[in-house]
Design a protein around this ligand. Structure first.
Ligand SMILES: [Zn+2]
Length: 84
């Protein structure tokens, strides 16, 4: 990770910067908590999108199947009538 004060490279989870002696604990903790919250929101939004598309897909499939069944029924009736 990078020190937010002097921009020097320091070890992950460091409490104090060895270059400028600034305390980093509060800053890093705060930023990770914020990131976690935004990540959770993003994941939830993605899941909602997936659920919506899945629902849409299944509904369209049922409509297609219903259409096929109706067409098959019409063809059957038409053939039955023309055979007479
Ligand atoms: Zn520093």
């Amino acid at each position: 990770m990078q020190c937010p004060y002097c921009k020097e490279e320091i070890k992950d989870g460091a409490i104090k910067c060895k270059h400028c002696s600034s305390f980093l604990n509060d800053v890093s903790k705060d930023s990770t908590e914020k990131n976690e919250v935004t990540n959770r929101i993003e994941v939830r939004q993605k899941k909602d999108k997936i659920n919506k598309t899945n629902k849409f897909k299944s509904e369209t499939w049922w409509q297609i199947w219903g259409f096929i069944v109706i067409i098959a029924f019409i063809i059957r009736v038409f053939k039955h009538c023309s055979a007479k």
